[in-house]
Design a protein around this ligand. Structure first.
Ligand code: CO
Length: 136
């Protein structure tokens, strides 16, 4: 069912410093910081040959990553995002298997303007999982 690893998201305390680590340290190409107010984050995309890393920093009040950052002040891995071709079919299958979809269980538009859902980390080995529908 799942396809490619679309991205790994890392919450960071300082986006500029983190972007510099990836450019100067690891030699990756990174985007400029992109504010996504509707998601409560500012993100820097790190392009890798086979996937992406998304560096996330809280934006505004009620950011979904604010608590994570206060619990992990030096930052940390936040979620993995897997691609699926049919998100509703994936949700139906996972719910039938006993997995919990976060929120109201319905897809919403994610950071790439594609439908996404998040799955409860307790159902996936302590890892928050994002599923993103990608066209094939
Ligand atoms: Co994500």
């Amino acid at each position: 069912m799942i396809g490619r690893l679309n991205h790994v998201a890392i919450v960071v305390p300082d986006l500029t410093a983190a972007a510099k680590l990836y450019t100067d340290g690891l030699g990756a190409s990174v985007s400029k910081p992109i504010p996504l107010p509707e998601h409560g984050v500012t993100t820097v995309f790190v392009e890798l040959p086979n996937s992406k890393i998304e560096l996330l920093h809280p934006l505004g009040e009620d950011s979904p990553v604010e608590k994570f950052l206060s619990n992990n002040p030096s930052g940390g891995m936040h979620h993995l995002c897997y691609e699926v071709e049919d998100l509703q079919a994936a949700i139906d299958h996972l719910v039938a298997e006993g997995a919990r979809v976060l929120g109201d269980g319905k897809p919403r538009l994610g950071a790439h303007n594609l439908p996404v859902v998040f799955l409860h980390p307790k159902d996936f080995c302590g890892t928050l999982i994002e599923l993103e529908e990608v066209a094939r």
